[in-house]
Design a protein around this ligand. Structure first.
Ligand code: UDX
Length: 439
């Protein structure tokens, strides 16, 4: 059993804390928000993540997981302190490190024994060295400490599984012994553990996320070419993915990527390159393709209903940036709703989980309590988030409720022929002759 403290009970912090506790460690999770900590003590989660509530409850009961707002209490027995606070990006894409600084300074203030400070927040390359300086500047007489970078690769919706079965654990430090100590607490996960220097570890996180975003933007560009040439991108993607060098994952064309990581990380990487006088052409193309892709469903609605959508009602099936989460950060649904409203449409939406988080972000959108209410009198439906419950819709019933039976499949989940048989006009993304014919 090791003593681990996690600073920040957001997505990464809380999942990591609960999982480390489940592996038998004594874990204290700290947050500066009294409200979040009070809620957690009562079993109320600050985020929605499958399996998290049970995991937290079980480990709290077993006495391995504690919550506090006090740095003194959190640090007094700790061997490792993980910093897992938010690093939002400003308009240029520059990461805002104010919360990392606050955490580092607060740790310095109360530290009374040697510590390993592990950085889990996604931070610009060079931040590990900066954290060490922040701690030293805050308290020149600080006890011995080392900084280790341990980037996270958790996906929302599968975060617990991703933590417990990682493809790899990347650790970076100038202090090899400290990195090996952090490696020790990851041994039960039985993954490949790579130890490298601080900056390289930090870069691995950015390069991985940028590559995955690029893979999706690539297939979305191919989808647009498929539409023009009459090929079906689903088949193209399947055929490409059979090549082991390419693989099938992150090759689904659709309305583009969103969420808390990809948009922020690609932008931040481009910014870091530009600050150093480099021109990251590819990263800019990856972002441009992604914002264009959010217009694709509107183009398709207009193709079928005309350019002026005044007096028309469009229903969005799903709002979260992907299934399995209530996260609305940079969700394609936000741009799609705005583009539709700009064209004059009245927009309605239903999401099984994300409506409370979506409401303040999209106050002009009418939120309804089910798929039938969404279809009632609507002129088009757009599948935005591929929740399982949307995969087997009663299309005949929905058609009977709608004014125009138009279905835009933003995630290519439906069989175009089947949807047409039910009397719908169907448009997928890049489905060529299979989805919509050559224009
Ligand atoms: C991502 C990374 O996968 C994870 O390693 C990192 O730690 C955080 O960022 P997450 O944002 O939770 O995780 O979601 P992910 O499942 O990776 O999906 C990102 C976006 O890409 C979603 O909007 C999803 O809809 C989109 N996507 C994904 C596609 O459009 N096509 C695909 O083939 C895969």
């Amino acid at each position: 059993m090791r003593h681990i403290t996690i600073v920040g009970v957001g997505y990464v912090g809380l999942v990591s804390g609960a999982c480390f506790a489940d592996l038998g460690n004594d874990v204290t999770c700290l947050d500066i928000s009294e409200e979040r900590i009070e809620n957690l003590k009562q079993g109320i989660m600050p985020i929605y993540e499958i399996g998290l509530e049970e995991l937290v409850e079980r480990n709290v009961k077993a006495g391995r997981l504690h919550f506090t707002t006090s740095y003194e209490e959190a640090i007094k027995d700790a061997e490792f302190v993980f910093i897992a606070v938010g690093t939002p990006s400003d308009v240029d894409g520059q990461a805002d490190l104010r919360y990392v600084r606050m955490a580092a300074e607060s740790i310095a203030d109360v530290m009374d024994h040697p510590l390993i400070v592990v950085n889990k927040s996604t931070v610009p390359v060079g931040t590990g060295d900066w954290v060490a300086n922040v701690i030293r500047n805050r308290r020149p007489d600080v006890p011995q400490f080392s900084v280790v970078s341990c980037p996270e690769f958790l996906r929302e919706g599968t975060a617990i599984r991703d933590f417990m079965h990682p493809d790899r654990t990347v650790l970076g430090s100038t202090d090899r012994e400290a990195a090996e100590q952090v490696a020790q607490i990851h041994l039960p996960l039985r993954s490949t553990i790579m130890i490298t220097d601080l900056r390289t570890a930090e870069m691995i996180k950015y390069a991985s996320n940028a590559f995955l975003a690029a893979k999706i933007s690539f297939i979305n560009e191919i989808a647009n070419i498929c539409e023009a040439l009459g090929a079906d991108v689903k088949e193209v993607s399947y055929g490409m993915g059979l090549d082991k060098r390419i693989g099938h994952s992150f090759l689904n064309a659709g309305i583009g990527w969103g969420g808390s990581c990809f948009p922020k990380d690609v932008k931040a990487l481009a910014y870091m390159a530009e600050v150093e006088g480099r021109n990251p052409h590819l990263l800019h193309a990856v972002m441009d393709i992604n914002s264009d892709q959010r217009r694709a469903p509107i183009r398709k609605v207009k193709e079928l209903l005309g350019d002026d959508l005044h007096g028309m009602t469009v229903g969005l099936l799903g709002l979260a940036f992907k299934p399995g989460t209530d996260d609305m950060r940079d969700a394609p649904s936000i741009d799609i709703a705005h583009h539709l409203m700009q064209a004059g449409a009245h927009v309605r939406a239903f999401d099984p989980v994300a409506m409370p988080t979506a409401q303040p972000i999209l106050p002009e959108v009418e939120l309804v309590d089910g798929v039938e209410a969404l279809a009632d009198g609507a002129d088009a439906l757009i599948l935005v988030t591929e929740w399982n419950e949307f995969k087997n819709l009663d299309l005949a019933r929905l058609k009977s409720l709608m004014r125009h039976a138009v279905l835009i499949d933003g995630r290519n989940v439906y069989d175009p022929a089947f949807v047409r048989e039910q009397g719908f006009q169907y448009r997928g993304i890049g489905r060529g002759t299979n989805g919509e014919g050559v224009h």
